[in-house]
Write a protein that binds this ligand. Structure first.
Ligand code: E4P
Length: 218
């Protein structure tokens, strides 16, 4: 399972990278705005800064919603750095853009996916990644994990190569549940990754080991 961090915050990306388990980064226009990154030149530079911190894929989202606009923006993003994956929304022209980029060998991440049908279309169009937003489904009392299971079943039925990128992860249990289902990738905040290492018995056990060591070596 690949671990992506879902942020545009360079400090958090560095921290996750230093942990040694990071495989990539996802961003979106809201996450860029949250970091105060505005204006096309600054946004493009920020993507390159992120690519220079991590070794894996970095999703950069188009803001155009028409085919010609998505193609122009996506090509510009893809040329920025070899690690860039063009993030395309699940809309009609987005499906066409996925097919266009797939034919050109440009990697894509189909975002804002909320149904198995949308995920099927994304795979048919050749998306590299599909991003079902499980947290946002949970937010409206719909079972987000069930969607991940449905997509896993469909993709396995037909051996689609599109990778399931479980997005909108909110906490560590989402990560664990997605790993059980067989999501290829998870993207979430730093807390969802760091939360995996916490267990009170580890802390209690380590304190006791150190205490006993001191007793025998003082
Ligand atoms: C995915 O690529 C999105 O950036 C993200 O996971 C959305 O998460 P949110 O629902 O917490 O905003």
């Amino acid at each position: 399972m690949k671990f992506f961090i879902d942020t545009a915050n360079l400090d958090q990306i560095r921290e996750a990278q230093e942990l040694g388990v990071l495989d990539g980064v996802t961003t979106n226009p809201s996450l860029m705005a949250k970091e105060g990154i505005t204006g096309k030149d600054n946004i493009l530079k920020h993507y390159v800064d992120i690519c220079n911190i991590v070794e894996g894929d970095v999703s950069a989202e188009v803001v155009a919603t028409d085919l010609a606009g998505m193609i122009k923006e996506g090509e510009e993003l893809a040329e920025l750095h070899e690690q860039i994956v063009v993030k395309i929304p699940m809309i009609k022209d987005g499906v066409k853009a996925l097919k266009y980029f797939s034919d050109k060998g440009i990697r894509t991440n189909c975002t804002l996916v909320f149904s198995a049908g949308q995920a099927l279309l994304a795979a048919k169009a050749g998306a590299t990644y599909v991003s079902p937003f499980l947290g946002r489904l949970d937010d409206i009392s719909t079972d987000g994990l069930n969607l991940i299971s449905e997509i896993r079943l469909i993709y396995d039925n037909y051996a689609f190569e599109t990778q399931i990128l479980a997005a909108s992860i909110r906490h560590t249990m989402h990560v664990i549940d997605c790993a059980k289902i067989g999501a290829d990738v998870m993207t979430g905040p730093l807390s969802s990754i760091e939360g995996l290492l916490k267990h009170p018995l580890t802390d209690i056990g380590l304190a006791k080991f150190l205490e006993d060591y001191k007793k025998g070596n003082s």
